[in-house]
Ligand binder design. Structure first.
Ligand code: NAP
Length: 324
């Protein structure tokens, strides 16, 4: 629905970052999940244009090959590796991480970008909690000691969160598994409550980066809100879960917000800022190239939620972790 070129009100967007590409990534390796579409694809192109080696981590082999060809057409002499990684399958995440480690890939910047906006209670947990948070949690947990950086140029991890986190309350109901479909459906609802599942998963992305920042001070961890971006993101929600009524609502909203929507190239600017800018603040949540405050519904303490989420996430991925 909102696919295709969209004019922004401002033309040249106010968040455009370093348009002359003075901040370079030559000699650096950037690994990106979900680089086959939308903001991830735009991020990959921009990083390649700044000289980086790319590692594409995506679930669809054919789409990855066409993405590689597309980037090679745009950028001369770019080096691109690709690995299949399906964030809906923790085994696939573990295999990809093991392969990268065993084969000595030296990642300087990891962009945890892939995400979707629907969930399936019949899977006994919100599927987007798995894709948007738990799988990225596992991936980062496995790779974190292998990221390459120095005191002057620390390794970086950038997680694509969202301002939608303001609809979350941190109760954690979307972060748990349930004993039966019936119980899951009773607690999580029918699946049309996009705001709950998605918002909680995006709050998880922000808190995940804060937890990692505390545990690994030599690596920079930040989360990002990219703005409202013209990708096929909402389409996937519509085809995945939306009923007729919510479809109409999304179409109306899409029409109204169209003039303010960013292109993927504009939507990746805050990610690129966090990848390239020398002084970024450890553990911060960024929007429009600036730190932004975190707000949630209800009165739960963010530090408590952060710690609960970390423990829950460790328990969720435990079977894939080899004791150190
Ligand atoms: N668009 C917005 O307005 C907006 C606003 C705030 C935050 N965000 C966040 O920005 C991020 C990127 O969103 P987008 O708008 O660029 O979405 P998009 O255009 O739908 O692209 C999503 C990417 O994630 C990949 N992906 C989905 N499920 C996957 C899985 N199971 N395993 C591996 N990769 C998977 C997709 O792969 P395929 O190509 O195979 O489908 C695609 O490459 C998301 O985390 C989203 O929450 C977006």
């Amino acid at each position: 629905m909102i696919k295709g070129p969209v004019l922004t009100l401002a033309g040249k967007h106010q968040t455009d970052y370093d348009q002359n590409r003075e901040n370079r990534l030559d000699g650096k390796t950037v690994a990106i999940t979900g680089a086959t579409d939308g903001i991830g694809l735009a991020t990959a192109i921009e990083c390649a244009q700044r000289g980086s080696h790319l590692i594409l981590l995506s679930r669809n082999q054919e789409k990855m090959i066409s993405t590689k060809q597309l980037i090679e057409k745009k950028v001369n002499d770019v080096e691109i590796d690709m690995f299949r990684l399906d964030l809906a399958d923790l085994n696939s995440v573990k295999s990809a991480a093991d392969y990268l480690i065993k084969n000595g890939f030296k990642i300087n910047i990891l962009v945890l970008n892939a995400g979707l906006a629907y969930y399936s209670p019949e899977l006994l947990y919100g599927i987007n909690s798995v894709i948007n948070h738990f799988s990225h949690f596992l991936l980062l947990h496995l790779l974190v000691d292998h990221l390459v950086g120095s005191e002057q140029e620390p390794a970086r991890v950038v997680s694509l969160a969202s301002e939608a986190h303001i609809l979350a309350n941190g109760s954690g109901k979307f972060w748990k598994t349930y004993e039966s479909e019936k119980i899951a459906a009773e607690i999580l609802g029918t699946g049309s409550d996009i705001s709950g599942a998605y918002a909680e998963s995006k709050l998880a992305n922000i808190l995940h980066m804060k937890s990692m920042a505390e545990r690994h001070p030599l690596i920079k961890f930040v989360s990002v809100h990219p703005g409202v971006v013209d990708t096929s993101f909402a389409d996937k929600w519509k085809s995945g879960i939306g009923n007729k009524c919510s479809l109409c609502l999304v179409r109306m909203l899409s029409f109204c917000w169209k003039p303010c929507v960013r292109s993927p190239a504009q939507g990746c600017q805050t990610s690129i800022y966090c990848i390239c800018e020398r002084e970024i603040i450890q553990g911060e949540y960024y929007a429009d190239n600036k730190p932004k405050s975190i707000r949630i519904r209800g009165s739960k303490d963010l530090t408590v939620i952060k710690n609960e989420l970390y423990e829950l996430s460790i328990a969720f991925v435990k079977r894939f972790l080899v004791p150190k």
